[in-house]
Ligand binder design. Sequence first.
Ligand SMILES: NC(=O)c1ccc[n+]([C@@H]2O[C@H](COP(=O)([O-])OP(=O)(O)OC[C@H]3O[C@@H](n4cnc5c(N)ncnc54)[C@H](O)[C@@H]3O)[C@@H](O)[C@H]2O)c1
Length: 451
Amino acid sequence: MENISRASFIRMGMLAGAAFSLMPSKVIFGNNSDKLRIGIIGTGLRGQELLRLCLQRDVTLVPAICDIDERMISSALSLYEKANQPPPTVYREGAYAYRELLDRPDIDAVLIATPWEWHFPMAMDALDAGKHVGCEVIMALSVDEHWQLVDKVEATGLQYMMLENVCYRRDVMAIMNMVRKGVFGELVHMQAGYQHDLREVKFNNGQQPYGGGVEFGPKAFSEARWRTQHSVERNGDLYPTHGIGPVSKMLDIHCGNRFTRLVSYASKARGLHNYVVEHGGIDHPNAKVDFKLGDVVTTMIETAKGESILLQHDTNLPRPYSLGFRVQGTKGLWMDVNDSIYIEGKSNPHRWENAQSWLDEYDHPLWKRFAADAEGAGHGGMDFFAVNGFIEALKAGTQTPIDVYDSAAWSVISPLSEKSIAEGGCSQPFPDFTKGRWENRKQIFALDDQY
Ligand SMILES: NC(=O)c1ccc[n+]([C@@H]2O[C@H](COP(=O)([O-])OP(=O)(O)OC[C@H]3O[C@@H](n4cnc5c(N)ncnc54)[C@H](O)[C@@H]3O)[C@@H](O)[C@H]2O)c1
């Protein structure tokens, strides 16, 4: 009963909305506590960054963590020492130990940073236990699982936020600011993706953290223990949210706009096999693995307001990192790969201009407000904002800046693209997770200096 009353107390705050946001945090959390109590499930490399960010804050406590890998648990515990905080209770016995953490009445919310295949069951169990959920990308693996989570959030009145940090990248937010101020005119076409050479990560064997072993699965370390298996079994855009999240916020998806359908194509798969052969030799057992994931997966998405979006997933070939953003409207465009911009009437005709002075001029108010707090946080500071958005919304009792509908629409691209590829490039209709409400919902993401 106690956990229900804590959660419903915060739910009541959500319903009260703005009125609660004016109150001090002390009033929001019940049980004589002025702190938001968070449990972290999965304290691998990502979970440790989330933990570090939570331990830095006055308003949060992390009295419980769960992981099943002693090396990761021990690294997580050292963060408590560094932060001068008492050690948490650790739940570590078996794959379902997280359910003991969820049984605790004193936990208000969980952050989930486990392998993708665990996100859906853990989030469902957490919502059933009355906890708000902040989950790492992605949300679930099948279309049906995405629906189940949306339904569960609606039934419980709890919050679900996918912690999509790239929505908060400084240049991306400055460009969103320019979009909102009409600098690009009416938006017409967008590009983005996940273009990151992950071959070393995929085959890391723990002995050579950055040196490129060729093992994955139980012999490997961190993501290589589980992520590579997805490349063996699946062919589609496995990681769409870093690209589509920011694009979605710029296009006001679910606030008068929505994705309507997509098509995906996959290139042949060469990169991972070649990497094993080059680094482990042709006789290495992994040289016989038949990787299903095409090296470059290209997805086209159509929106209700007539924009086109091109998304690419490109993780298995040699290349420098780039999310490949292109924001293009009737008055000009920006591309992140060469940091360039062209605005008709302002830039020299037919010439690219370096974007930096524009990015400075339109620096988002949220960044101006929180730049000092974000210093030192992962991925150039943007990790701070994702966690901050989740915590501040729960604290204020308002809607999280990325909600369950955003999370589902961005993440469902993976199973839809897999289906499109499997059907030879057939168009896939997009589920409308809002059930029609997208037409009249109002944008709340990063309005001025609000999270
Ligand atoms: N937003 C970002 O920029 C970003 C960056 C990196 C990773 N991620 C995401 O974070 C998540 C975790 O990635 P990572 O790099 O930390 O991987 P990781 O392998 O380092 O961490 C995953 C952790 O989950 C633990 N785990 C596995 N099954 C578990 C279970 N049943 N119960 C409890 N713990 C369990 C593992 O032992 C491991 O410590 C993934 O979804 C990944 O896509 C996001």
